[in-house]
Design a protein. Structure first.
Length: 242
C-alpha cells in the first residue's frame, strides 16, 4: 500500500555560516487505512504544529527550547517526506514526495547559549517480544529500538545540580519533549488516514509500533552540527630557552 510508511526529515536552518544546519528524522506508519498524498502534507503541517505548541501533557512548546542560532524567520526551515513503502529494508527510496517550508516559533532561551552541538536524545522502543538482547555476536533487541537527536538546545533546556554542579536536562523540558513524542505515538489524524510514530528497523524490514518512549536527563552532543571556529586568538610566543 503506497504511502503506508513515511519518513519525515525535519530540517533547521542555522543563522551562522559556521554552524551546520541541524536535522532529525521521524518515521510513521499509516496502519491499515489507505492514505493519500494530501494526508502526508497534513502530517508535516501537524508536526510543525506539534513543535510549536505544548504537548497534551506539557506546558511549553518543544520548539521554544531550540537554540537561538536556528532561524525563526517565516518559512526559513524545511521538511521533506519520503514514501519508504516497499523499501523497509533500507533500499533506495527515491526523492521526497512532498516538501514543506515551515516556521519555528519563538525561543524561550536566555542571553548566553550552550555550544550548538548540545541536544537531547529521544529513545523509541517497540515491544521486545521474544527478542534477546544478545545472541552470539548479534543484538536482536536493537532492532526494536530507535532514536532521534533533538536540537541544538538552548540554555532554557538545561539546569545545574545544586550539590554536584552537574549539568542536566530540566524536568520541565523532559516533560514537554517526551510528551510531544507520546502524542505522535498515540496517532496523528490527517484526514482519511492516521499516522503513528514508529521504530524503523531496516534489519527486520519493518515499521514497529511503540511500547515506550523516554529521554535521559543527560544532554548529548552532535559534533557534526558545529564547524571550525570563526577566529583564533593567540598571544605572542614567549622566548623559549635555548
Amino acid at each position: 500500500m503506497a504511502l503506508q510508511h513515511i519518513a519525515v526529515s525535519v530540517e533547521l536552518t542555522s543563522l551562522s555560516p559556521i554552524v551546520d544546519n541541524a536535522s532529525f528524522q521521524l518515521h510513521f506508519t499509516a496502519g491499515s487505512t489507505s492514505p493519500v498524498l494530501a494526508d502526508v502534507t497534513t502530517l508535516m503541517a501537524t508536526i510543525e504544529s506539534g513543535i510549536n505548541s505544548p504537548a497534551s501533557t506539557g506546558t511549553v512548546p518543544p520548539g521554544s527550547y531550540i537554540h537561538q542560532v536556528v532561524s525563526r524567520v517565516t518559512a526559513a526551515n524545511m521538511m521533506k517526506a519520503y514514501d519508504v513503502t516497499g523499501h523497509e529494508n533500507g533500499t533506495p527510496h527515491g526523492p521526497p514526495i512532498a516538501t514543506r517550508s515551515w516556521t519555528l516559533g519563538p525561543t524561550g532561551a536566555g542571553a548566553v547559549e550552550p555550544p550548538e552541538g548540545c541536544c537531547a536524545v529521544m529513545t523509541l522502543q517497540a515491544p521486545y517480544g521474544s527478542d534477546d538482547e544478545f545472541v552470539g555476536g548479534t543484538r536482536p533487541r536493537a532492532r526494536d529500538r530507535g532514536r532521534f537527536y533533538f536540537g541544538p538546545l538552548g540554555v532554557n533546556a538545561l539546569a545545574k545540580e545544586g550539590t554536584t554542579n552537574r549539568t542536566y536536562l530540566k524536568p520541565g523540558f523532559l516533560t514537554d519533549f517526551v510528551g510531544w513524542g507520546i502524542d505522535m505515538a498515540r496517532g496523528i489524524v490527517v484526514g482519511a488516514a492516521k499516522y503513528w510514530l514508529c521504530v524503523w528497523s531496516r534489519q527486520s524490514a519493518l515499521f514497529k509500533g511503540l511500547a515506550n518512549i523516554w529521554c535521559d536527563d543527560r544532554p548529548d552532543y552532535q559534533r557534526r552540527r558545529v564547524d571550525q571556529a570563526a577566529t583564533r586568538y593567540m598571544l605572542p610566543n614567549p622566548t623559549l630557552p635555548a
